[in-house]
Structure formats: structure tokens, C-alpha cells
Design a protein around this ligand. Structure first.
Ligand SMILES: [Zn+2]
Ligand SMILES: [Zn+2]
Length: 317
């Protein structure tokens, strides 16, 4: 199973500010002061030696994760990151190739569907798209997004073939050796998490999920769903204080809550996901460091590891 992140931002696509770009340049120049950067090759080598967040941006595109499992292409959510995934599919396979894309939708808030009208393969007749979700009216929702008042191209004018498959809100579905399980999460208008299993590996795509009542009785449904997962994304938009107080009922969570749930469920790797648009890379990095401290103090013997979800992150299981 191979996982690749194309969009990791929550709520709104967020290009880096000029001030933040300048800050990265300043940091880079300071680090380059004593390095040998006399040739293009040496400059390239220097860049590659830097920690990942010194040489790149976490990324401003909204939720989109690609999973390749058992020769199938699965896509989780159609945030603005979907556009680049579409470009990548055309570049890597060309526009002549027949392709089948299985798209799983957590919910239809803008940040999770806005990439679809810009998904170039959807305009090609050799693309077959199968949308999966527990929403029985998903087709109607996607058509509404492309109403001529909001977007110039009608849903029916996209030449791909499209199919809608309704999943149970909480159940299991198997597709050529890939098992997909669903869970309903607390979020305004509902959202769904997905657990993918293939070749004895498991990945959970969970985002836009609030955990209001942290009693074991209430979280058990989730920890059962997360149990022993190899990798999972976790809605880490807020700090703990925001999640439980200032932004209660806004439908999101924090990395600290994720650690409690993932440790309980024996998850191997938790990827912080759906980053707050107000947070620049430094703030997200400090949230990760705080989360790592919390983990090492409270669960020193638990093998759980934490990582920031960033555009371009690849995980092979
Ligand atoms: Zn969202
Ligand atoms: Zn949402």
C-alpha cells in the first residue's frame, strides 16, 4: 500500500504569506553561510541535507490523499490538492490511458470537494470515476457545486463516466481484496472516516472529526475503529484548549486528543492533518513538538510515532 498526500490544509486553501516566504529565505541564507554552494550540484546537495520543513512548505492545498492498494487507485477527498493529483496522473500515465479512480468522500464541505471541477482526468472520456460515500445525495451535491452560477462548466459536460456508490454509514465493503470500513464522526452535517486494509496493512483516513466527550464509553467506538492501524490521519486543526473550549462544536480536534485515542488503540503512526489556515509552518512544527512531548510524558512505552502531514509526503506500507 502506498499513501501520498496532495492536500493537508483545513477549511481554506492557504498559500504562504510573503512574510513567511521571506522568513524561509532568511533561514536558508543563514544556514548556507558556511556551506559549499559553489555549483548547482552542491546547492542541490545542500538543500537536501536540510530538515524537511527548512527546505519546503507544509502546503496550502486542502484535503486530498492518494492511496494505491492492490492495483487500485483510491482518493480520499477532493480538496484543492486534487488538481495536482490530476496533473500527476496525466503526466505519469498520459491522457490516452484508460483509468479507474475510486474517490471516497468524508463530507461535502467546500474544502473537501472544491478540487473536483479542476480535476483534469474528469474531463477525459477514458476516465471512469466511482464516488463512494454514505451520502445518498452526493451526486446532487456535486452537481450543485457546478451550477452555472458558481462554476462555468456543468457536471454533465465533464466527459468522464461517473458512478455513485453508497456505502453504509458504519459498515464494511470489499473491492478486489481491498477492505473499506466506514465510521460516522461528529462534525456539522456529519463526516465519515475510512479504514482501508489490503495485504495485511491498514490506513485510516479520518478528518473533520470532533471528540466532545472524552469518556471511554464515548470514545470506544473510535478506538475500536482505529485499533492497530499502521497509519492514520488525525484532525489536528486546533490546540487542545481551542478543541475543548474556544472552538467547541466547530467540528475539529487537536493532536493531543489524537495521541490519547491512538495510544489507546495501539496505532503505529499518527499524521497530523487538516492544518489550521491561520497557522504557518513554524506554528504547525511547534504543535508537533508539543504533541511529541505530551506523548513521551504520558505514553513513554507506546510505539506510536507522530508526523506532520505535508504536501508530497509519501508513506509505503
Ligand atoms: Zn474540512
Ligand atoms: Zn468540514
Amino acid at each position: 500500500m502506498k499513501i501520498r498526500f496532495w492536500g493537508v490544509r483545513g477549511s481554506l486553501p492557504t498559500p504562504p504569506s510573503s512574510a513567511h516566504v521571506k522568513q524561509k529565505y532568511m533561514d536558508l541564507l543563514r544556514r548556507a553561510k558556511d556551506a559549499d554552494i559553489s555549483t548547482p550540484e552542491k546547492r542541490e546537495q545542500f538543500i537536501e541535507t536540510l530538515p524537511v520543513f527548512r527546505r519546503r512548505f507544509i502546503g496550502g492545498n486542502t484535503s486530498c490523499v492518494q492511496v494505491n492498494a492492490k492495483e487500485k487507485l483510491l482518493v480520499f477527498d477532493m480538496g484543492s490538492g486534487l488538481k495536482r493529483l490530476g496533473n500527476y496522473l496525466l503526466e505519469s500515465a498520459g491522457d490516452e490511458k484508460e483509468r479507474e479512480v475510486h474517490i471516497f468522500i468524508s463530507h461535502t464541505h467546500w474544502d473537501h470537494i472544491m478540487g473536483f471541477p479542476f480535476f483534469t482526468p474528469a474531463y477525459l472520456p477514458n476516465t471512469h470515476i466511482i464516488f463512494h460515500s454514505p451520502f445518498t445525495d452526493l451526486e446532487e451535491r456535486l452537481r450543485a457545486q457546478q451550477d452555472f452560477r458558481f462554476f462555468p462548466v456543468d457536471f454533465d459536460d465533464m466527459a468522464s463516466t461517473k458512478e455513485f456508490h453508497t456505502l453504509p454509514a458504519e459498515g464494511e465493503y470489499t473491492m478486489d481484496g481491498v477492505t473499506i470500513r466506514t465510521i460516522e464522526q461528529h462534525h456539522p452535517g456529519a463526516s465519515y472516516g475510512y479504514r482501508i486494509e489490503a495485504d495485511e496493512k491498514s490506513f485510516i483516513y479520518s478528518t473533520d472529526s470532533e471528540y466532545k466527550d472524552l469518556s471511554r464509553e464515548n470514545t470506544q467506538k473510535f478506538t475500536n475503529f482505529f485499533q492497530d492501524a499502521d497509519v492514520m490521519t488525525f484532525d489536528s486543526q486546533y490546540t487542545l484548549l481551542e478543541a475543548v473550549h474556544h472552538k467547541k462544536d466547530w467540528g475539529h480536534s487537536s493532536a493531543i486528543i489524537g495521541i490519547d485515542l491512538c495510544a489507546e488503540a495501539n496505532v503505529n503512526k499518527m499524521v497530523l492533518f487538516h492544518h489550521e489556515p491561520e497557522n504557518d509552518d513554524n506554528t504547525i512544527q511547534s504543535l508537533l513538538e508539543e504533541a511529541r512531548q505530551y506523548k513521551s510524558i504520558n505514553y513513554p512505552d507506546t510505539p506510536l510515532t507522530l508526523a506532520i502531514g505535508y504536501e508530497g509526503l509519501e508513506i509505503e506500507l
